[in-house]
Design a protein around this ligand. Sequence first.
Ligand SMILES: Nc1nc(O)c(N)c(N[C@@H]2O[C@H](COP(=O)(O)O)[C@@H](O)[C@H]2O)n1
Length: 217
Amino acid sequence: MTSRSSLDQHEQSLLRTYVRSEVVVVYKTKEAFGGLSNMASGYPLHINGVRILTTEALYQACRFPHTPEVQRDIIGQHSPMTAKMKSKPHRKTTRPDWYEVRHKIMRWCLRVKLAQNYEEFGRLLLLTCDKSIVEQSRKDDFWGARLADEAGDTLVGQNVLGRLLMELREKLKEDAEGVLKTVPPLGIPDFLLLNKPIERVTANSSSDSQRPQSELF
Ligand SMILES: Nc1nc(O)c(N)c(N[C@@H]2O[C@H](COP(=O)(O)O)[C@@H](O)[C@H]2O)n1
């Protein structure tokens, strides 16, 4: 059995250290690079014809393929933070393999955000040039990184979200053909939205999705 301290050591070894003044910091959505946050509005998504306002709502909904009523509640929220909060009381019904698949799901969510907001989100990603992108967080050093001390210029965390954004940016730099305007469904079991398998996403998936959500459920 793996001991607690060896698990802690493993987690520690995954931490990265960034100099805040040298990286692109994603912190508040109103700041220059706030559009890179999953909490940013203005990057609508359409999955199976259902409009979803933010990648945060999409990501949180993906926890609950077996409880469509919870998905509906999450994606029905106007505020991304409320969408996240709506997921909290249901965490015990999160898909059982969540910790194995969540980074793949996040990568897919970011691909969808780009495919369906190619000009605007793509422009913002490319504006980061070759810099490290780091989501600053007060609590979460898995998706983001935390200030090592309140006065300091050091961020420490796994920064998985920032690294996925950098990975996507590098793909985008090579995307002369616009391949990233299409996103295949993830090859994981039970990849469902509102009881239906999630289909291929395209840049104009939105064109057939102007019907009210109530007609689509
Ligand atoms: N609570 C909170 N406030 C923010 O302003 C944030 N940017 C985040 N981080 C985002 O939360 C998502 C991960 O959620 P789980 O904790 O895994 O349920 C992810 O989108 C982070 O970027 N959280």
